[in-house]
Design a protein around this ligand. Structure first.
Ligand SMILES: C[S@@+](CC[C@H](N)C(=O)[O-])C[C@H]1O[C@@H](n2cnc3c(N)ncnc32)[C@H](O)[C@@H]1O
Length: 356
Protein backbone atom coordinates (compact mmCIF):
# COMPACT_ATOMS: atom_id res chain seq x y z
CA UNK A 1 0.00 0.00 0.00
CA UNK A 2 2.47 2.62 -1.16
CA UNK A 3 1.68 6.28 -1.73
CA UNK A 4 1.16 7.10 -5.40
CA UNK A 5 3.65 9.82 -6.11
CA UNK A 6 4.57 11.70 -9.26
CA UNK A 7 7.95 10.49 -10.47
CA UNK A 8 8.17 7.58 -8.01
CA UNK A 9 11.06 5.27 -8.83
CA UNK A 10 9.61 2.28 -7.00
CA UNK A 11 9.71 0.20 -10.17
CA UNK A 12 13.31 0.96 -11.06
CA UNK A 13 14.87 1.27 -7.60
CA UNK A 14 16.66 -2.06 -7.96
CA UNK A 15 18.17 -1.05 -11.32
CA UNK A 16 19.33 2.26 -9.85
CA UNK A 17 20.99 0.47 -6.94
CA UNK A 18 22.68 -1.92 -9.37
CA UNK A 19 24.34 1.17 -10.88
CA UNK A 20 25.40 2.37 -7.43
CA UNK A 21 27.29 -0.86 -6.74
CA UNK A 22 27.67 -2.23 -3.22
CA UNK A 23 28.18 -0.14 -0.11
CA UNK A 24 31.79 0.86 0.30
CA UNK A 25 32.93 3.57 2.64
CA UNK A 26 30.53 6.42 2.10
CA UNK A 27 26.79 6.92 2.43
CA UNK A 28 24.00 6.58 -0.11
CA UNK A 29 22.48 10.06 -0.23
CA UNK A 30 18.97 10.25 -1.71
CA UNK A 31 18.77 14.01 -2.04
CA UNK A 32 15.25 14.28 -3.57
CA UNK A 33 13.89 11.33 -1.64
CA UNK A 34 10.10 11.62 -2.28
CA UNK A 35 8.56 8.37 -1.04
CA UNK A 36 12.00 6.93 -0.27
CA UNK A 37 11.68 4.03 -2.69
CA UNK A 38 15.32 4.30 -3.78
CA UNK A 39 16.67 5.02 -0.29
CA UNK A 40 14.71 2.01 0.94
CA UNK A 41 16.34 -0.25 -1.64
CA UNK A 42 19.75 1.15 -0.66
CA UNK A 43 19.07 0.45 3.02
CA UNK A 44 18.02 -3.11 2.20
CA UNK A 45 21.37 -3.59 0.46
CA UNK A 46 23.24 -2.50 3.56
CA UNK A 47 24.04 1.12 2.68
CA UNK A 48 24.16 3.76 5.38
CA UNK A 49 21.50 6.13 4.07
CA UNK A 50 20.97 9.90 4.09
CA UNK A 51 17.52 11.12 3.08
CA UNK A 52 16.72 14.66 2.06
CA UNK A 53 13.65 16.39 0.66
CA UNK A 54 12.30 19.91 0.82
CA UNK A 55 8.94 18.54 1.99
CA UNK A 56 8.73 17.22 5.58
CA UNK A 57 5.94 14.82 4.53
CA UNK A 58 8.26 13.26 1.93
CA UNK A 59 11.04 12.87 4.49
CA UNK A 60 8.59 11.08 6.81
CA UNK A 61 7.52 8.73 4.00
CA UNK A 62 11.18 8.04 3.24
CA UNK A 63 11.92 7.29 6.88
CA UNK A 64 9.05 4.81 6.78
CA UNK A 65 10.60 3.19 3.71
CA UNK A 66 14.08 2.82 5.22
CA UNK A 67 13.84 2.03 8.93
CA UNK A 68 14.24 -1.43 10.37
CA UNK A 69 13.05 -3.09 13.56
CA UNK A 70 16.19 -1.96 15.35
CA UNK A 71 15.47 1.74 14.70
CA UNK A 72 12.20 1.82 16.61
CA UNK A 73 11.19 0.13 19.85
CA UNK A 74 8.18 2.26 20.87
CA UNK A 75 9.21 1.22 24.34
CA UNK A 76 7.36 4.04 26.11
CA UNK A 77 4.01 3.13 24.57
CA UNK A 78 4.15 -0.64 24.62
CA UNK A 79 5.59 -1.38 21.18
CA UNK A 80 4.79 -0.58 17.54
CA UNK A 81 1.72 -2.84 17.36
CA UNK A 82 0.25 -1.27 20.48
CA UNK A 83 0.78 2.22 19.00
CA UNK A 84 -1.05 1.29 15.80
CA UNK A 85 -3.90 -0.35 17.75
CA UNK A 86 -4.23 2.72 19.94
CA UNK A 87 -4.40 5.03 16.92
CA UNK A 88 -7.10 2.92 15.28
CA UNK A 89 -9.24 2.93 18.40
CA UNK A 90 -9.35 6.70 18.94
CA UNK A 91 -12.74 8.29 18.24
CA UNK A 92 -12.73 11.13 15.76
CA UNK A 93 -13.20 14.79 16.54
CA UNK A 94 -13.62 17.91 14.46
CA UNK A 95 -10.19 19.41 13.94
CA UNK A 96 -8.58 21.22 11.02
CA UNK A 97 -8.79 18.33 8.54
CA UNK A 98 -12.47 17.84 9.27
CA UNK A 99 -13.20 21.56 9.02
CA UNK A 100 -11.28 22.15 5.79
CA UNK A 101 -11.00 18.89 3.85
CA UNK A 102 -14.34 17.19 4.32
CA UNK A 103 -17.85 18.32 3.31
CA UNK A 104 -18.00 20.10 6.69
CA UNK A 105 -16.02 22.86 4.94
CA UNK A 106 -19.22 24.11 3.36
CA UNK A 107 -20.20 25.76 6.63
CA UNK A 108 -17.14 28.02 6.45
CA UNK A 109 -16.26 28.51 2.82
CA UNK A 110 -19.34 27.52 0.82
CA UNK A 111 -17.32 24.75 -0.88
CA UNK A 112 -17.79 21.08 -0.06
CA UNK A 113 -14.20 19.94 -0.13
CA UNK A 114 -14.57 16.23 -0.71
CA UNK A 115 -11.03 15.06 0.03
CA UNK A 116 -12.23 12.84 2.88
CA UNK A 117 -15.59 11.84 4.29
CA UNK A 118 -16.46 13.71 7.47
CA UNK A 119 -16.00 10.52 9.46
CA UNK A 120 -12.51 9.80 8.08
CA UNK A 121 -11.35 13.42 8.33
CA UNK A 122 -12.37 13.53 11.99
CA UNK A 123 -10.52 10.28 12.68
CA UNK A 124 -7.41 11.57 10.91
CA UNK A 125 -7.59 14.67 13.11
CA UNK A 126 -7.79 12.50 16.21
CA UNK A 127 -4.94 10.20 15.17
CA UNK A 128 -2.71 13.16 14.27
CA UNK A 129 -3.57 14.72 17.62
CA UNK A 130 -2.64 11.54 19.50
CA UNK A 131 0.76 11.26 17.79
CA UNK A 132 1.44 14.84 18.91
CA UNK A 133 0.37 14.08 22.48
CA UNK A 134 2.82 11.16 22.61
CA UNK A 135 5.59 13.23 21.04
CA UNK A 136 5.04 16.20 23.37
CA UNK A 137 5.11 13.87 26.38
CA UNK A 138 8.51 12.55 25.24
CA UNK A 139 7.13 9.06 24.56
CA UNK A 140 8.43 8.89 20.96
CA UNK A 141 11.92 9.15 19.51
CA UNK A 142 12.09 11.32 16.37
CA UNK A 143 12.24 8.20 14.16
CA UNK A 144 9.23 6.66 15.93
CA UNK A 145 7.24 9.85 15.47
CA UNK A 146 8.12 10.08 11.77
CA UNK A 147 7.28 6.40 11.24
CA UNK A 148 3.82 6.87 12.77
CA UNK A 149 3.31 9.97 10.64
CA UNK A 150 4.35 7.99 7.55
CA UNK A 151 1.80 5.32 8.51
CA UNK A 152 -0.83 8.03 8.94
CA UNK A 153 -0.02 9.53 5.52
CA UNK A 154 -0.45 6.10 3.94
CA UNK A 155 -3.74 5.61 5.74
CA UNK A 156 -4.98 9.02 4.57
CA UNK A 157 -3.88 8.33 1.04
CA UNK A 158 -5.77 5.06 0.96
CA UNK A 159 -9.09 6.83 1.63
CA UNK A 160 -8.44 10.16 -0.10
CA UNK A 161 -11.07 11.01 -2.71
CA UNK A 162 -8.54 11.98 -5.36
CA UNK A 163 -7.25 10.67 -8.65
CA UNK A 164 -3.63 10.55 -7.50
CA UNK A 165 -2.58 13.96 -6.26
CA UNK A 166 -4.20 16.49 -3.95
CA UNK A 167 -4.30 19.05 -6.79
CA UNK A 168 -8.07 18.53 -6.70
CA UNK A 169 -10.67 16.22 -5.17
CA UNK A 170 -13.20 14.11 -7.04
CA UNK A 171 -16.77 15.33 -7.44
CA UNK A 172 -18.24 11.93 -6.61
CA UNK A 173 -17.05 9.66 -3.82
CA UNK A 174 -14.74 6.85 -4.90
CA UNK A 175 -15.20 3.38 -3.44
CA UNK A 176 -11.98 3.67 -1.43
CA UNK A 177 -12.90 7.06 0.00
CA UNK A 178 -16.01 5.54 1.57
CA UNK A 179 -14.02 2.90 3.48
CA UNK A 180 -13.05 3.51 7.10
CA UNK A 181 -9.58 4.96 7.50
CA UNK A 182 -7.20 2.53 9.14
CA UNK A 183 -3.54 2.83 10.05
CA UNK A 184 -1.58 -0.34 9.29
CA UNK A 185 1.46 -1.70 11.01
CA UNK A 186 4.08 -2.12 8.35
CA UNK A 187 6.31 -5.13 8.29
CA UNK A 188 9.70 -3.70 9.22
CA UNK A 189 12.85 -5.45 8.01
CA UNK A 190 15.06 -7.09 10.64
CA UNK A 191 17.88 -4.59 10.67
CA UNK A 192 18.96 -1.30 12.14
CA UNK A 193 19.39 1.19 9.34
CA UNK A 194 22.20 3.72 9.65
CA UNK A 195 19.92 6.65 8.84
CA UNK A 196 20.21 10.42 8.60
CA UNK A 197 17.22 12.48 7.56
CA UNK A 198 17.24 16.12 6.52
CA UNK A 199 14.44 18.46 5.51
CA UNK A 200 15.79 21.13 3.23
CA UNK A 201 16.89 22.35 -0.15
CA UNK A 202 19.08 19.96 -2.10
CA UNK A 203 21.81 22.59 -2.39
CA UNK A 204 22.46 22.33 1.34
CA UNK A 205 22.80 18.56 1.71
CA UNK A 206 26.17 17.80 3.29
CA UNK A 207 28.12 15.16 1.33
CA UNK A 208 31.68 13.83 1.24
CA UNK A 209 33.98 12.52 -1.48
CA UNK A 210 33.11 8.99 -0.29
CA UNK A 211 29.36 9.30 -0.84
CA UNK A 212 27.17 8.04 -3.66
CA UNK A 213 24.58 10.73 -4.32
CA UNK A 214 21.29 9.95 -6.01
CA UNK A 215 19.45 12.89 -7.57
CA UNK A 216 15.85 12.49 -8.71
CA UNK A 217 14.67 16.06 -9.29
CA UNK A 218 11.20 17.06 -10.47
CA UNK A 219 11.21 17.18 -14.26
CA UNK A 220 7.86 18.78 -15.07
CA UNK A 221 6.06 21.95 -14.00
CA UNK A 222 4.12 20.14 -11.27
CA UNK A 223 5.12 21.56 -7.90
CA UNK A 224 5.13 18.86 -5.23
CA UNK A 225 4.40 21.35 -2.43
CA UNK A 226 1.09 22.21 -4.12
CA UNK A 227 0.17 18.77 -5.44
CA UNK A 228 0.68 17.11 -2.05
CA UNK A 229 -0.47 20.01 0.16
CA UNK A 230 -2.87 17.89 2.22
CA UNK A 231 -0.09 15.42 3.10
CA UNK A 232 2.01 18.37 4.18
CA UNK A 233 -0.77 19.59 6.46
CA UNK A 234 -1.37 16.16 7.98
CA UNK A 235 2.35 15.83 8.63
CA UNK A 236 2.71 19.32 10.12
CA UNK A 237 -0.46 18.99 12.21
CA UNK A 238 -0.88 22.74 11.84
CA UNK A 239 -3.77 24.99 10.86
CA UNK A 240 -2.54 27.24 8.05
CA UNK A 241 -4.60 29.84 6.18
CA UNK A 242 -5.90 27.83 3.24
CA UNK A 243 -7.83 29.12 0.29
CA UNK A 244 -9.65 28.48 -2.94
CA UNK A 245 -11.79 25.54 -3.92
CA UNK A 246 -9.05 23.05 -3.03
CA UNK A 247 -8.03 24.62 0.29
CA UNK A 248 -4.42 25.01 -0.80
CA UNK A 249 -1.98 25.90 1.98
CA UNK A 250 0.76 28.47 1.23
CA UNK A 251 3.25 26.50 -0.87
CA UNK A 252 5.34 28.96 -2.84
CA UNK A 253 8.18 29.10 -0.31
CA UNK A 254 8.80 25.48 -1.28
CA UNK A 255 8.42 25.98 -5.05
CA UNK A 256 11.17 24.13 -6.84
CA UNK A 257 13.49 25.66 -9.45
CA UNK A 258 13.62 22.28 -11.15
CA UNK A 259 9.91 22.60 -12.01
CA UNK A 260 10.37 25.77 -14.06
CA UNK A 261 11.33 25.06 -17.65
CA UNK A 262 13.37 28.26 -17.85
CA UNK A 263 15.41 27.43 -14.72
CA UNK A 264 15.72 23.64 -14.83
CA UNK A 265 18.91 23.25 -16.88
CA UNK A 266 20.80 25.92 -14.94
CA UNK A 267 19.65 24.47 -11.62
CA UNK A 268 20.63 20.92 -12.61
CA UNK A 269 24.03 21.97 -13.91
CA UNK A 270 24.85 24.07 -10.82
CA UNK A 271 23.75 21.26 -8.57
CA UNK A 272 25.84 18.54 -10.18
CA UNK A 273 28.93 20.70 -10.73
CA UNK A 274 28.84 21.89 -7.14
CA UNK A 275 28.26 18.46 -5.60
CA UNK A 276 30.96 16.65 -3.64
CA UNK A 277 30.67 12.89 -4.16
CA UNK A 278 32.40 9.71 -5.23
CA UNK A 279 29.63 9.03 -7.72
CA UNK A 280 26.47 10.92 -8.69
CA UNK A 281 23.47 9.22 -10.25
CA UNK A 282 21.00 11.65 -11.81
CA UNK A 283 17.58 10.37 -12.89
CA UNK A 284 15.79 12.25 -15.60
CA UNK A 285 13.10 11.62 -18.17
CA UNK A 286 12.69 12.19 -21.86
CA UNK A 287 9.41 13.89 -20.94
CA UNK A 288 11.26 16.39 -18.77
CA UNK A 289 11.89 20.11 -19.30
CA UNK A 290 15.47 19.56 -20.47
CA UNK A 291 16.27 17.52 -23.57
CA UNK A 292 18.62 14.60 -22.91
CA UNK A 293 21.44 15.79 -25.17
CA UNK A 294 21.41 19.28 -23.67
CA UNK A 295 21.60 17.90 -20.15
CA UNK A 296 24.29 15.43 -21.04
CA UNK A 297 26.44 18.09 -22.72
CA UNK A 298 25.98 20.54 -19.86
CA UNK A 299 27.27 17.96 -17.40
CA UNK A 300 30.33 16.96 -19.43
CA UNK A 301 32.59 19.25 -17.39
CA UNK A 302 31.61 17.55 -14.15
CA UNK A 303 33.82 14.52 -14.80
CA UNK A 304 33.31 11.17 -16.48
CA UNK A 305 29.71 11.10 -17.61
CA UNK A 306 27.81 8.00 -18.73
CA UNK A 307 24.23 7.65 -19.89
CA UNK A 308 22.23 4.60 -18.77
CA UNK A 309 18.81 4.02 -20.30
CA UNK A 310 16.49 2.46 -17.75
CA UNK A 311 14.04 -0.22 -18.83
CA UNK A 312 10.94 1.40 -20.26
CA UNK A 313 8.43 1.48 -17.47
CA UNK A 314 4.70 1.94 -17.28
CA UNK A 315 4.21 4.58 -14.65
CA UNK A 316 1.62 6.46 -12.70
CA UNK A 317 0.19 9.39 -14.65
CA UNK A 318 -1.73 12.04 -12.78
CA UNK A 319 -4.21 13.08 -15.47
CA UNK A 320 -5.97 12.02 -18.63
CA UNK A 321 -3.90 14.33 -20.82
CA UNK A 322 -0.70 12.69 -19.61
CA UNK A 323 -2.22 9.23 -20.06
CA UNK A 324 -3.10 10.03 -23.64
CA UNK A 325 0.54 10.82 -24.29
CA UNK A 326 1.39 7.13 -23.97
CA UNK A 327 1.68 4.44 -21.35
CA UNK A 328 5.44 4.36 -21.01
CA UNK A 329 8.14 6.88 -20.32
CA UNK A 330 11.82 6.79 -21.05
CA UNK A 331 13.64 7.14 -17.80
CA UNK A 332 17.39 7.39 -17.84
CA UNK A 333 20.19 7.83 -15.37
CA UNK A 334 23.25 9.95 -15.98
CA UNK A 335 26.17 8.66 -13.96
CA UNK A 336 28.85 11.16 -13.10
CA UNK A 337 32.20 10.28 -11.58
CA UNK A 338 33.39 13.73 -10.53
CA UNK A 339 36.76 14.77 -11.94
CA UNK A 340 39.66 13.50 -9.91
CA UNK A 341 37.64 10.74 -8.23
CA UNK A 342 38.69 7.23 -9.19
CA UNK A 343 39.51 8.19 -12.80
CA UNK A 344 43.00 9.55 -12.34
CA UNK A 345 44.00 8.54 -15.84
CA UNK A 346 41.47 10.95 -17.34
CA UNK A 347 42.25 14.63 -17.80
CA UNK A 348 40.15 16.97 -15.65
CA UNK A 349 36.81 17.61 -17.32
CA UNK A 350 37.06 14.24 -19.08
CA UNK A 351 34.98 13.81 -22.19
CA UNK A 352 31.40 12.71 -21.90
CA UNK A 353 30.68 9.36 -23.42
CA UNK A 354 27.24 7.87 -24.07
CA UNK A 355 26.67 4.23 -23.34
CA UNK A 356 23.13 3.11 -24.12
C1 LIG B 1 10.72 12.98 -8.65
S1 LIG B 1 10.34 13.21 -6.95
C2 LIG B 1 11.37 12.00 -6.17
C3 LIG B 1 10.72 10.65 -6.23
C4 LIG B 1 11.45 9.59 -5.43
N1 LIG B 1 12.71 9.20 -6.05
C5 LIG B 1 10.56 8.38 -5.24
O1 LIG B 1 10.87 7.30 -5.75
O2 LIG B 1 9.51 8.54 -4.61
C6 LIG B 1 11.15 14.73 -6.59
C7 LIG B 1 11.18 15.15 -5.11
O3 LIG B 1 12.05 16.27 -5.01
C8 LIG B 1 11.56 17.14 -4.02
N2 LIG B 1 12.17 18.47 -4.30
C9 LIG B 1 11.82 19.35 -5.26
N3 LIG B 1 12.67 20.41 -5.25
C10 LIG B 1 13.56 20.18 -4.26
C11 LIG B 1 14.68 20.90 -3.77
N4 LIG B 1 15.03 22.08 -4.30
N5 LIG B 1 15.38 20.38 -2.75
C12 LIG B 1 15.02 19.20 -2.20
N6 LIG B 1 13.96 18.46 -2.62
C13 LIG B 1 13.24 18.95 -3.65
C14 LIG B 1 10.05 17.05 -4.14
O4 LIG B 1 9.42 17.43 -2.93
C15 LIG B 1 9.86 15.57 -4.50
O5 LIG B 1 9.60 14.81 -3.35
Amino acid sequence: MGVRYIGSKARVADAILDLAGGPGGGRFVDAFAGTGSVAGEAASRGWPVTINDVLPSAVAMSIGATVGVGNVSFEMIGGYRAAIRALNSIPGYSGFLHAEYSPASVARVQVERRYFTEHNAARLDAMRGQIQIWADAGFLSWVEKELLLADLLQAANAVANISGTYGCFLKNWSVNALKDVEVRERSLPRRTTDLEAIVGDVSRVPTTTEDTVYLDPPYTKRQYSAYYHVLETIHAGDAPQVGGVTGLRPWKDKASDFSYKSRALGALTRLVLGMTARRILLSYSNEGHVPQTELFDALADAGTVTLHEMKTIGRYRPNAQASAAGSTVNEYVIEIIPSGVGVLSLPLGGRAEAVA
